[in-house]
Design a protein around this ligand. Structure first.
Ligand SMILES: Cc1ncc(COP(=O)(O)O)c(C=O)c1O
Length: 442
């Protein structure tokens, strides 16, 4: 492949979630990708330790997905899904529905995780209104939660820098559960920590404060990723489910990173045996080849909303021009077929113990104060540098990239979530490189 001339003006692109001045002074550019590897603009192979952004679960450049998109674009490049339809939209919805927990088989398409979250919150409000409980408008999130960047998502989200600048414009009726991170009790847990299920009972306190009759929904990530990998304590999600059911509150699982095999099952809901009322997803739904997200709603929610409108009236005033875009839908159908054909969810489950052992081999590496993991997700928390939170993980991230492995960092936590096609040798190489890099980090 011929490489393009290096771009010398990086000023026009205002980069998302990036320290723009720092990046542009020393850019890191990815030019192509295949399988487990990116190729950087200086011609180096870089092992993808985070599936892009937790999304390329089948690895890069998959021919079947590319072919499906190409064919679709030449057959039907765009079709509206407002008062019109195209066959692939329905096929993609049926294929997504097949992978959801029983009963969550009504699929609303979006274009991103953020849109999926705001869609799910709106569906929750619409549901209660349709059944005559329109006063249920309060939404409960969790500290350290990440639910994208829409106003709904940052309101229920619990990552302070994502909220601070916009604090005057957040949704008014929101409360937050405490997060479950506690290294005193749970440091170096393998899989689900034993301590912390009781933190779900804080929901009872919140219900008492606001009264259940004002609360529409609780939203949590079953495994929190962007905040730095927080694994739910044993029994925690079950307890949240019980309390929500008891009070008629909807439970939303934000599965934008956990959906589609990340922890060895189609969904985290299936893995944990806890069925929410709504599931948000995006990213790996079509291997991130074209932007796409979705919300899976229970039949009860769907039917309540859809049957409450007058015949001929639009039941939910919500949707996106690109909901079920033909190319995205084609990519989803091809991706979900590929996941099944290659048994990638099962592969993730099989690889998980090797991944766990490799991650925990960093236990005694320099600066490491915790390692945590579940399925094909791992987090390595570093002791922060005094007076410069995040600087140490940033240095590790840059040095890892220079050493040929791509990892994520958030605060002082390194996060790992490779494509599910990774092999044992690559897993070993990934964590060995990180250990070597940490030894050189100040
Ligand atoms: C749990 C969760 N929800 C929502 C989002 C937002 O997704 P997007 O960036 O596609 O809007 C993310 C992104 O990482 C996520 O991890």
């Amino acid at each position: 492949m011929t490489s393009r001339p290096v771009i010398d003006d990086l000023s026009s692109f205002w980069m998302p979630f990036t320290a723009n001045r720092q990046f542009k002074a020393a850019p890191r550019l990815l030019e192509s990708a295949k399988g487990m590897y990116y190729r950087s603009s200086d011609g180096r192979e870089v092992l993808d330790g985070c599936a892009g952004l937790w999304c390329v679960n089948a690895g890069h450049g998959r021919e079947e997905i590319i072919a499906a998109i190409t064919e679709q674009l030449s057959t039907l490049d765009f079709a509206p899904t407002f008062q019109m339809g195209h066959p692939l939209a329905f096929e993609a919805a049926a294929k997504v529905a097949e992978l959801m927990p029983a009963g969550l088989d009504r699929i609303f398409f979006t274009n991103s995780g953020s849109e999926s979250v705001d869609t799910a919150l709106k569906i929750a409000l619409a549901y209660h209104r349709s059944r005559g409980e329109g006063q249920r408008t309060r939404l409960i999130g969790r500290e350290r939660g990440y639910h994208g960047v829409g106003f709904g998502g940052i309101s229920v989200g619990g990552i302070a820098p994502n909220r601070k600048t916009f604090s005057g414009a957040l949704l008014p009726a929101v409360d937050h559960l405490p997060h479950t991170h506690n290294l005193e009790h749970n440091a170096f847990s393998k899989g689900q920590p034993a301590w912390g299920a009781h933190l779900a009972e804080e929901l009872e306190r919140i219900v008492t404060l606001h009264d259940a009759s004002t609360i529409a929904a609780v939203i949590v990530e079953p495994v929190a990723g962007s905040t730095g990998v927080l694994i739910p304590p044993q029994g925690y999600l079950q307890k949240l489910r019980e309390i929500c059911t008891k009070h008629g509150i909807l439970l939303i699982f934000d599965e934008v990173i956990t959906g589609f095999g990340r922890i060895g099952k189609a969904t985290a809901s299936e893995y944990f045996g806890v069925t929410p009322d709504l599931i948000t997803m995006a990213k790996a739904i079509n291997n991130a080849a074209i932007p796409m997200g979705a919300v899976a709603a229970s039949r009860t929610i769907h039917d309540t909303i859809v049957n409450s409108g007058a015949q001929g009236a639009i039941e939910l005033f919500h949707g996106y021009t690109y909901s079920a875009h033909p190319a995205a839908a084609a990519a989803a159908v091809a991706t979900l077929d590929l996941y099944r054909r290659e048994g990638l969810f099962e592969r993730a489950a099989t690889l998980a113990p090797t991944f766990e052992a490799a991650a925990h081999s960093l236990r005694n590496a320099k600066h490491v104060k915790d390692v945590r993991n579940l399925g094909m997700i791992a987090g390595v928390e570093l002791e922060p540098r005094e007076g410069a939170p995040g600087a140490r993980a940033y240095e590790a991230f840059v040095k890892c990239f220079e050493a040929g492995v791509l990892v994520r960092f958030t605060g002082d936590i390194l996060a790992f979530s490779p494509p599910l096609i990774i092999d044992e040798e690559q897993i070993a190489h990934l964590f060995k490189t990180v250990g070597e890099v940490l030894a050189t980090v100040q």
